[in-house]
Design a protein around this ligand. Structure first.
Ligand SMILES: [Zn+2]
Length: 392
């Protein structure tokens, strides 16, 4: 991570933000790529949003229609896979593909660690919109152990979930012979981390769910070959193993992002999902931020954002406010105020659930958290941890 902390001059993003990495490569103390800032102090995500304003969206929609026409089946079988949880993005994607573009989607879901009440209601109501779904629930003994490893070794308790989620749709596409996968969500910072971030990518990077034959695999920071020593067998690991890259390429399955084809705005997706699919936002504000509608189906979600905040000094409110800034819903000053008020708020609501899930005591939890605070970001003042830098 860059030792000098900087904040984007257009939004509130920090230069400490990691970008997506290949999860089955993540080792303990591995180098992480961070978001790129240009010479004017503007982050690559803001530049991407500027670029989006120059895109001919009518032309993009024509590209989408062509893509769908190439894959549309006449025999009534599923012709497109939509991965998702039943949150606003996957609902929007599946709904549009089925009712506007006449496709026959199969939706697929990797189950959350622990459904929240509103998350489960949303999952059920999603099927009421006329979608078929395959729900995959991993073996909870293995999933809990891997989540614990990922928390202890990487301070990334969400990693096993993310790995499973990346692998599931391509695996089912191969099994069920469905040639097209459409992802509804898109993080523009996804890229290779250097100057060659691709603004214009329509396809998911297959390195996220494929492996090469010589690649060493890691899960929760532990080498996969060492996991049997921890009581996790090769069969237990089946859902987490990336696909063989050559086989996937040969299959011809394509995985695309809907936000490449249609102008994506999370707030608009939210209103669409409420009006057209009965999506339910939370009755309470999500801890650590000011919104009520972003990723609310998993009790562990707050710990994903909180651990990220510990490692980078920027949390869930930064993420939400930066995005709303880029979409023009709030000003940078408003975003700064929201970050200073909500970022890093501890997710108390499901703390005991999290401790039970990973089988840790509260003191062991804090010991692990504190061991991951980078020196250039954190300092102890009168016995309390404080960030050295804050956005202004
Ligand atoms: Zn920015």
């Amino acid at each position: 991570m860059p030792l000098e902390v900087k904040y984007c001059r257009k939004c509130v993003e920090s230069n400490q933000r990691f970008i997506v990495s290949v999860p089955h490569d993540d080792k303990i103390a591995a180098f992480k790529d961070t978001i790129v800032f240009d010479e004017e102090g503007v982050c690559s995500a803001c530049r991407y949003f500027e670029y989006k304003r120059t895109v001919d969206w009518k032309e993009r929609e024509r590209e989408l229609i062509d893509l769908l026409a190439r894959h549309k089946r006449k025999d009534g079988y599923y012709d497109i896979l939509v991965p998702g949880s039943g949150g606003k993005d996957s609902r929007y994607t599946a709904h549009l593909l089925k009712y506007k573009y006449g496709m026959n989607p199969l939706t697929v879901t990797w189950a959350p660690h622990m459904y929240t009440d509103v998350g489960w209601r949303n999952f059920e109501s999603w099927m009421l919109t006329g979608q078929d779904n395959v729900l995959f629930t991993p073996n909870q003994l293995t999933h809990r152990k891997l989540t614990r490893f990922a928390f202890e070794n990487l301070l990334h308790p969400f990693q096993p979930f993310a790995i499973g989620q990346y692998n599931l749709a391509p695996r089912i596409a191969l099994e069920k012979d469905i040639q097209l996968i459409m992802f509804g969500d898109f993080v523009p910072e996804t890229g290779t981390g250097s100057a060659d971030i691709k603004f214009d990518t329509c396809k998911m990077d297959s390195r996220l769910f494929c492996r090469t034959s010589s690649q060493d695999l890691f899960l929760g920071g532990v080498r996969v070959d060492d996991l049997p020593r921890h009581g996790i067998t090769r069969s237990d690991l089946l859902p987490y193993m990336p696909l063989e890259g050559d086989k996937f390429l040969e299959s011809g399955v394509e995985s695309h992002f809907l936000p490449y084809y249609l102008n994506y705005d999370p707030q608009k997706m939210y209103y669409f999902a409420v009006e057209n699919t009965g999506f339910e936002a939370n009755s309470e504000r999500t801890e650590g931020t000011y919104t009520k509608y972003q990723s609310l189906d998993d009790k562990i979600d707050g710990f994903h954002h909180y651990t990220w905040y510990i490692k980078t000094g920027r949390g869930r409110a930064t993420q939400d406010a930066a995005l709303e800034c880029r979409n023009g819903h709030i000003t940078r000053d408003e975003a700064v105020a929201l970050v200073r008020r909500f970022d890093g708020e501890f997710p108390t609501r499901y703390f005991q659930d999290f401790l039970n899930y990973v089988d840790l005591t509260e003191s062991a939890f804090w010991k692990i958290i504190d061991s991951f605070r980078p020196d250039h970001l954190w300092t102890k003042v009168n016995g309390e941890w404080k960030l050295k830098h804050q956005v202004s």
